[in-house]
Design a protein around this ligand. Structure first.
Ligand SMILES: [Zn+2]
Length: 448
């Protein structure tokens, strides 16, 4: 008799990827939790030549590859053939690439659910010994089965025992029919229009209203754009949420009494004029919109970044309302690479935009939403990013001097890539330079 379903109340969204090998050359025998080494849910277009079975971010679960097929995550044909894999979206980067507690928990629930589907009663991680059903990507690298990698990141590895315990707690709850408290459910309420609100206390805390932890402290009078509200169904307290938290179903919000609405378009008070002869009725002056507050910051070093949203848009971000983001200047696609020179924070909307040198040095308010781009250097230097053909000239992570080819002679060796194998450079590498070149041409046309 089955007990609590670890995924009760969760949906699995389908974002199918063409990157997989149909079926399994050897039977499933393990589940591998990876980290994205980035801050958005990954997409796996053909150009990327990589995928995972699942991704998790906050309360969201995305499936990219059927569990009957072999994902391209582990950098090794046999490891892929015998794996279900899950990418965990990071909450921060260096030095240790951590996860939100919520992502950590959702990942543990998903792992428990997948082990149940495979008839497993216990999650076992032994490094790389037999009879384990949980692997770490890093172990595959250390054993020479894939290129060296830090995946799933130092924070996840430091918390790995805690994560396994959590997986086993959910497995026990399933296999042990003892009654359990019902799963926490949430309620969401999107506002008709987003509103600018300001903090009325110092500090004003952003809470995770699932766990109660304080995520970030804001100052008196800081302005936040609120998109909607969320609450735990078992508690009578609503929290104001930003668009990012609301749409990503990350249970972060401000207590409803801690923010006050402000008027988005206050009438501009004219300087007091001396000797006003008489009161003249206002001749219907259209109210002047307040300008967006923009804070510019040049980065210490320009950086190549890759688009991962569909599409990734270049926006004119000199806006005071989300409603004004209707027509992008240009559209880019996952895998497109951009040279980013600096950033600009739109304080009014609490959104960060990344800018090219062209825009930044000309003070053009054209940029990419930070959440639509991810870092490239980690992708190239840290093979966690599942690049199957590392660039010839770029050294891999120095943990392992040279990736060693796996030897499993009893099974026929096949490559899991289709096409492009003769090329000196991988397809994604060639394609993004072509697209980058086109995009630069487009920007010049636009600007001239
Ligand atoms: Zn990995």
């Amino acid at each position: 008799m089955a007990g609590a379903n670890p995924l009760a109340g969760y949906n699995i969204e389908w974002w199918g990827s063409p990157c997989f090998t149909a079926g399994r050359a050897i039977p499933w025998d393990h589940y591998t939790p990876h980290h994205v080494a980035g801050f958005g849910i990954p997409t796996f277009p053909w150009e990327r030549q990589a995928s995972s079975t699942f991704s998790v971010h906050g309360l969201r679960i995305i499936q990219h590859v059927s569990a009957d097929n072999s994902p391209w995550t582990e950098g090794n044909y046999y490891a892929n053939a015998s794996a279900e894999t899950c990418e965990h979206v990071n909450a921060w980067g260096e030095p240790d690439w951590g996860l939100l507690e919520q992502t950590f928990d959702t990942g543990a629930r998903l792992c428990a659910s997948r082990l149940i589907a495979r008839g497993q009663r216990t999650a076992i991680y032994t490094g790389f010994a037999d009879h384990a059903n949980i692997y770490q990507h890093r172990d595959l690298g250390l054993q020479g089965f894939s290129a060296a990698t830090r995946c799933p990141g130092e924070w996840f590895r430091a918390n790995f025992t805690r994560w396994l315990n959590l997986v086993n707690q959910y497995l026990n709850a399933y296999y042990n029919p003892a009654p359990l408290p019902p799963p926490v459910e949430f309620e969401w309420k999107q506002w008709a229009t987003p509103s600018v609100m300001k903090c009325i206390a110092n500090p004003t805390n952003l809470f995770n209203f699932n766990t109660g932890e304080v995520i970030k402290a804001f100052n008196l009078d800081d302005q936040i754009v609120i998109f909607g509200e969320g609450r735990r169904k078992d508690r009578n307290e609503w929290f104001y949420m930003t668009e990012y938290s609301f749409t990503q179903k990350i249970t972060n919000g401000f207590k409803s009494g801690s923010l006050a609405g402000i008027i988005l378009h206050p009438e501009i008070e004219p300087a007091p004029e001396p000797e006003i002869p008489e009161i003249i009725p206002e001749p219907e002056t259209p109210s002047t919109p307040i300008p967006a507050v923009l804070v510019w910051k040049q980065w210490d070093e320009p950086k190549k970044m890759v688009c991962h949203s569909v599409p990734t848009c270049l926006w004119d971000f000199d806006k005071t309302s989300f409603d004004d983001f209707t027509t992008p200047i240009l559209e880019f696609w996952p895998g497109d690479v951009l040279d980013i020179y600096g950033e600009c924070h739109n304080e009014t909307l609490d959104m960060t935009f990344y800018l090219t040198e062209w825009s930044f040095t000309r003070n053009l308010t054209n940029g990419f939403r930070a959440i639509d781009l991810e870092d490239i250097p980690e992708e190239v230097l840290d093979p966690d990013q599942e690049i199957f053909e590392p660039e010839p000239d770029i050294p891999v992570d120095p943990i392992e001097p040279e990736p060693i080819k796996p030897e499993k002679p009893e099974l026929p060796i096949e490559t899991e890539k289709k096409g492009g194998e003769e090329s000196e450079y991988p397809n994604w590498f060639v394609n993004f330079w072509i697209k980058l070149f086109k995009a630069i041409l487009g920007i010049f046309k636009k600007s001239n």
